[in-house]
Design a protein around this ligand. Structure first.
Ligand SMILES: [Zn+2]
Length: 319
């Protein structure tokens, strides 16, 4: 059966790229998201993958540029549907939010085909995602520094929780963040439709980070192998899971000096960072309130009083 997404249309054993229309820009030119359909020669599951729903998160796009050219539909089973750049407007100006409606696109799912620009993009992409068997929404910790992790956002009481956790384990970044996300996330809405959905957070960087892009490439191939799209055996490895987040801000203004690195174990009472003045004079030390893993940190050293500095993943176990 021929499978279409926007103008991309692939018969069994074919791959096609095309464009998915989501409206017009302010100058009246069409806005059409880049899409790809990989239709395997034999029947199987359908995987929906998207990237850049936050316009400054480019590692997922880096993953797609490496994975899609490696896919040979003549030897594949099932279908892979890809939207390469979801937040068209944010991507154009390298901003996180959609500048047209100043909205974070990943708060607008399942979208509204008659709504704002973000809601229309969400509706058009969710229309493709909602018939899939698996959804992978590629993100990163934006331009802050963050470990490579996979988020499960449906919440622990959701009927799809175990399936989402399993998909996160198959992707296999090593760390999983398991906490119900805010309304409007694709990783919330997908499970509501009965579709295991994960939100891999591929580090954090300005532009492409080689290590994180490679993690994403391996993760996507793990999914493709494990669920039978391509040959091969994906190894399942134990994942370190955090179920909470402690966020730390600076009690003073100055320059942050971290005492922990991303991925480090943290014990309650450990110094997370010092803040100094411009000549190195120490103004304060901030210590961890609970045990966990040093998960995320700001990129720039200068902080104002109350400004975000870092996060510790808490309530940690392994599965
Ligand atoms: Zn994101």
């Amino acid at each position: 059966m021929t499978i279409s997404l926007g103008t991309a249309s692939a018969a069994p054993g074919e791959l096609d790229t095309g464009r998915l229309a989501v409206g017009e820009a302010r100058d009246g030119s069409p806005v059409r998201l880049p899409v790809c359909v990989v239709n395997g020669a034999s029947d199987g599951k359908t995987l929906y993958v998207q990237a850049v729903s936050d316009g400054d998160e480019l590692n997922g796009l880096g993953v797609l540029t490496r994975v899609v050219p490696e896919l040979d539909p003549s030897s594949m089973s099932g279908t892979v549907l890809v939207v390469g750049i979801v937040n068209h407007y944010g991507f154009q100006v390298a901003k996180h939010r959609n500048p047209i409606d100043d909205t974070k696109l990943n708060r607008t799912y399942p979208g509204d085909e008659h709504g704002s620009t973000s809601e229309r993009i969400a509706a058009a992409t969710f229309d493709a995602a909602k018939d899939a068997d698996l959804i992978v929404d590629l993100h990163q910790g934006s331009t802050s520094r963050m470990i490579n992790e996979v988020r499960v956002r449906c919440g622990r009481r959701h009927r799809m929780h175990a399936d989402c956790l399993h998909l996160a384990k198959v992707f296999g970044c090593g760390h999983v963040f398991d906490q119900k996300g805010p309304d409007g996330q694709l990783a919330r809405v997908g499970p509501d439709e009965g579709i295991p959905t994960i939100d891999p957070e591929l580090g954090g960087s300005v532009g492409w980070d080689e290590t994180s892009v490679q993690k994403g490439v391996e993760g996507l191939f793990n999914v493709l192998q494990y669920y039978g799209f391509i040959d091969g055996n994906a190894d399942l490895n134990p994942q370190t899971r955090a179920r909470g987040f402690d966020q730390y801000g600076s009690p003073v203004g100055g320059l942050v000096h971290f005492r922990k690195d991303l991925g480090d174990r943290v014990a309650a009472g450990d110094v997370l960072f010092r803040v100094t003045g411009p000549f190195g004079e120490e103004k304060t030390r901030v210590t961890a309130e609970s045990d966990g893993i040093f998960w995320r940190s700001r990129r720039l050293p200068q902080v104002a009083t109350g400004e975000y500095v870092c996060s510790v993943g808490t309530d940690v176990d392994e599965y």
